[in-house]
Design a binder for this molecule. Structure first.
Ligand SMILES: [Zn+2]
Length: 332
């Protein structure tokens, strides 16, 4: 159990009403962050793509490292191919033997993965991070940092504002969202030492992310979440309990109404902001982003990126090495 951490991101009442706070009736947010969350929160999607970053190519590689049932793996791989995140290559005429590789959009998920890994290492690893990262470009062990490309400063949602385009609100889609959890059984962690499974077992499903997104937009009460997300109240109550027990949200000090984000919860916004940027590029082809991140102090645009803590450059998947346990000599 994570020790209770104090609420630190409380709604900003001094700034007046935020334009992005209340969802108009019959609408939903037309934001690439939500669409990316939906895409990546399909069961096993996160973990399969991660295994390809770690070098998995064949069906049997995934079975071995994820201990995933073959039928489930087959369905998940088909969906990832349909979504354009992975590509297959056949190796012989008439043979079913094939290998899997990431598409360009799949490879560009790398910063999001590094961001989630950093979160898991900081908040869930209890001691030495289970996986050390090596940047071949600068020959250094590193930890990923999520910063603004324009300034090099750490991304902090408390210092951000947003600008909305006219098409930011869209008519609510009729399709009922999936409610399955990302990792089916809590406690089943696969065989790889990595903080990500622990993170996924806490975050659970897309609702958890969407509640945190509502908090980013200045909402903090049960009623706000209920109206903006059109979520069933029992599911909402359960997810809020989940987030509170995990230490990501808390009741504000002094017994105020609603919920506030804790120091731990604040750090999950880095990867979520990266998801929005990825979604703008890959899920809204040809369209302009519907929402822009700005510096709250001076209103200038901000773009997130992940950089190596040693050299300050973005690490590419092919230029990043891994080793389980403590950083040491890299022989790869
Ligand atoms: Zn580096």
């Amino acid at each position: 159990m994570t020790p209770a951490s104090p609420a630190i991101m409380t709604p900003d009442t001094a700034a007046g009403e935020r334009p992005d706070r209340h969802v108009p009736s019959g609408c939903e947010r037309n934001c690439a962050m939500g669409d990316t969350i939906t895409l990546l929160s399909q069961p096993w999607a996160f973990l399969i793509v991660r295994e390809i970053f770690f070098g998995a190519r064949r069906f049997s590689d995934f079975v071995r490292t994820l201990e995933i049932p073959r039928a489930t793996l087959s369905t998940s791989l088909t969906k990832l191919v349909e979504d354009g995140l992975i590509e297959t290559e056949s190796h012989a005429e008439g043979s079913s033997w094939k290998t899997y590789a990431l598409s360009e959009s799949g490879r560009e998920l790398f910063p999001i993965y590094l961001g989630f890994m950093r979160f898991g290492d900081d908040w869930l690893a209890q001691g030495v991070p289970p996986l050390a990262l090596f940047h071949h470009d600068c020959r250094s062990w590193f930890s990923p940092r999520i910063v603004w490309a324009e300034t090099g400063e750490r991304v902090d949602p408390r210092h951000m504002a947003v600008r909305l385009e006219a098409n930011y609100w869209r008519a609510k889609s009729r399709q009922e969202p999936r409610r399955r959890r990302i990792v089916k059984a809590q406690g089943h962690m696969g065989v790889r030492a990595c903080s990500m499974e622990r993170l996924l077992s806490i975050v659970g499903d897309r609702w958890t992310f969407l509640i945190l997104r509502e908090m980013f937009h200045g909402n903090h009460t049960f009623q706000d979440f209920l109206e903006n997300l059109q979520i069933a109240s029992n599911i909402l109550a359960q997810r809020l309990q989940f987030l509170t027990e995990a230490g990501m949200v808390a009741r504000p000090a002094g017994g105020g109404a609603g919920y506030a984000v804790t120091a731990m919860g604040l750090e999950i916004y880095g990867p979520m902001i990266l998801m929005k940027t990825w979604g703008d590029r890959w899920l809204m082809p040809g369209a302009r982003p519907t929402m822009h991140f700005l510096d709250k102090a001076d209103g200038t645009p901000r773009t997130p990126e992940v950089v190596c803590s040693a050299c300050g450059q973005p690490p590419l998947p092919a230029r990043t090495g891994y080793r389980e346990g403590e950083a040491g000599t890299f022989e790869g």
